[in-house]
Design a protein around this ligand. Structure first.
Ligand code: FMN
Length: 275
């Protein structure tokens, strides 16, 4: 799966990754309140311009606002449900009781998940290992995995006080898988080789999600699938530079945003993936 990437994962980038092996993609996060206010920026952030499979990522901690939003929501081709963000580490978001602040609120998360289900939509939950090392140590995230029933969980194996440079703690996955009672757990964070995917699968995870690796090389999904034997026959792997051309073709076809294209081109030029 392609991870939500604010300022990068627009419709064009999502389709690029889908064309190169990502089975499911996610929009950038957006506050339910901003949809209710019909905030143009937020609506543009989640704009969907083709039928690439996508879940819309929501920041929410309020049932009645979520209910109002869902009542007015119209599904579209490619729509695969909603993803609740319990992972955002931004201080502003946490102050509002959203993002990673929700990890310890299993009962509240459960009510939000049920509400989305009651409206007839699939729902997943993306969570971190809590707000800080204290919450991680006390394994509060296991209450969420054990007490909420989404279609799948995505676990970003870090707490919210850790920097992006710190390594993820893959050792948590076996316990997460057990706590989730058969609901698939998708692993996320720093997954940079098919060997790592293999070892995560041996821990029982149902799949993996990648963000930054896909920015450097959008073909990383097919690359790992080829290496693990999931693509039969193996798919061709264009080089990182020609991904810019593929991006531009989709951009022309479905209509992209210059700012997103410029950022994507810059990141491809800067990153030198070792694949
Ligand atoms: C530029 C950037 C923007 C991000 N935006 C979001 C977001 O909108 N929602 C979210 O859940 N996570 C967001 N994340 C976190 C990623 O989805 C992912 O969990 C994290 O980068 C770890 O995965 P990776 O090592 O494969 O990149 C963002 C990360 C980056 C680097």
């Amino acid at each position: 799966m392609l991870a939500s990437l604010e300022r990068y994962s627009d419709s064009v980038f999502r389709t690029l990754c889908y064309n190169h092996g990502a089975d499911l993609t996610f929009t950038e996060m957006a506050h339910v309140e901003s949809f209710l206010k019909k905030n143009k920026g937020s609506l543009a952030k989640v704009a969907v311009k083709d039928s690439t499979p996508v879940q819309i990522q929501l920041l929410s901690s309020n049932e009645s606002k979520l209910d109002r939003f869902l009542t007015g929501f119209k599904p579209f081709e490619g729509f695969q449900g909603f993803n609740l963000n319990l992972s955002c580490p931004s201080k502003d978001v946490i102050r509002q009781g959203k993002g990673a602040a929700m990890v310890k609120r299993a009962a509240k998360t459960s009510r939000l998940v049920s509400l989305i289900r009651d409206h007839g939509y699939p729902v997943s939950v993306k969570l971190r290992l809590g707000l800080n090392s204290f919450e991680k140590k006390n394994k509060l995230y296991l209450n969420n995995l054990g007490g909420v029933d989404p279609d799948f969980f995505v676990v970003h194996a870090k707490h919210a006080a850790q920097s992006s440079a710190e390594p993820e703690d893959d050792s948590v996955y076996p316990e997460c898988v057990e706590a989730a009672r058969g609901i698939p757990v998708i692993a996320n964070g720093g997954i940079d080789s098919s060997d790592r995917v293999q070892s995560l699968m041996e821990m029982g995870v149902g799949g993996v999600m990648m963000g930054r690796p896909a920015l450097g090389y959008a073909g990383v999904f097919d690359l790992f699938k080829n290496e693990l034997g999931f693509n039969d026959p193996p798919k061709p792997l264009p080089d990182a530079t020609s991904m810019k051309q593929h991006y531009d073709e989709i951009y022309e076809q479905i209509g992209g945003d210059d700012k997103y294209r410029d950022r994507f081109h810059r990141v491809v030029d800067r990153k030198k993936p070792s694949y």
